[in-house]
Design a protein around this ligand. Structure first.
Ligand SMILES: C[S@@+](CC[C@H](N)C(=O)[O-])C[C@H]1O[C@@H](n2cnc3c(N)ncnc32)[C@H](O)[C@@H]1O
Length: 270
């Protein structure tokens, strides 16, 4: 049905009327009325999204991605699935670990995870790290992770401001990891974080951060950040972009960094 709605501009008025007539005949009034409501609401929703996105860009609005809104949303989230609702498939998750996490998170290293949520990646990170610090803007996520990883002696979770890594010492971190977090973080907070990456990473330390690519226009509640913004923020913070990955091949299968043309940027401190 969504395909028909997306194609509505290609279907002429007379064809639409004939479709309506046929539907009355084949499905009856109630079904046709309900589907008509769905059709109209979807068309209005698409238009509203496009208008809201345009207004957001024109007026530089935060949309749903300010630090305060992130905090409110994630504090009320149902974390019972521990974030696995965003796992495309078990094979995809394993490939993210094998392809992006393992090569960049050194065994025994001092690791920082930003936005652990329900601990979806924390498990793999904790198994590799000598010490893992998870910093999340949401108190609920910090509580969730403290409970889930209470048996691990090498983890610590704390609530952050949403823009900094307060409490993490300068030049002390081997690797930073963040997935499905910076997709929701707007430019000013993203930029502030990159300065923090430069401060806390040791020379030679690495970061792996997944983020949006086009500034929100594709939906998925993405922030206003583009791939070029990320390059600029990292470079101006003195970090070196090593690689940007949106799609990769693993044992004959193609996997994506995210559902909305998202990108994973891997960077290093010289
Ligand atoms: C979509 S969830 C992803 C959680 C986890 N990383 C995962 O992949 O399952 C987004 C997470 O980012 C956190 N978050 C959002 N904005 C943040 C910010 N500015 N600083 C730190 N954490 C933030 C939320 O509280 C939430 O835990």
């Amino acid at each position: 049905m969504k395909d028909i709605i997306d194609n509505r501009t290609r279907i002429g008025t007379s064809t639409k009327l004939r479709l309506l007539q046929r539907s009355f005949k084949e499905n009856g009034f109630v079904w046709t009325f309900l589907m008509g409501c769905y059709y109209l609401a979807s068309a209005v929703a698409d238009k509203s999204f496009a208008l809201a996105d345009g207004r957001r860009r024109a007026r530089n609005l935060p949309g749903m991605n300010s630090a305060d809104m992130n905090k409110l949303i994630w504090n009320e989230w149902d974390w019972s699935a521990k974030g696995e609702e965003w796992t495309h498939s078990p094979a995809w998750k394993q490939s993210v670990i094998d392809t992006l996490l393992a090569p960049n998170i050194p065994r025994g290293g001092n690791v920082v995870e930003i936005g652990p949520g329900g601990g979806r990646w924390t498990e793999a990170l904790q198994m590799r790290a000598g010490k893992l610090t998870g910093i999340d803007i949401s108190e609920a996520c910090v509580e969730e992770c403290r409970t889930r990883f209470a048996h691990c002696g090498n983890v610590e979770f704390r609530v952050g401001s949403g823009t900094d890594l307060a409490g993490v010492a300068d030049n002390s971190v081997d690797a930073i990891w963040s997935f499905d977090v910076f997709v929701h973080i707007n430019k000013p907070q993203f930029e502030a974080y990159t300065r923090e990456f430069a401060r806390v990473l040791k020379s030679g330390g690495a970061g792996v951060v997944q983020h949006g690519s086009v500034g929100g226009g594709l939906g998925g509640w993405r922030s206003d950040v583009t791939t070029d913004d990320v390059i600029e923020f990292l470079r101006s913070s003195g970090l070196v972009v090593a690689e940007q990955v949106s799609v990769w091949n693993d044992k004959g299968h193609e996997y994506k960094a995210g559902l909305y043309d998202d990108v994973v940027t891997i960077f290093r401190k010289p």
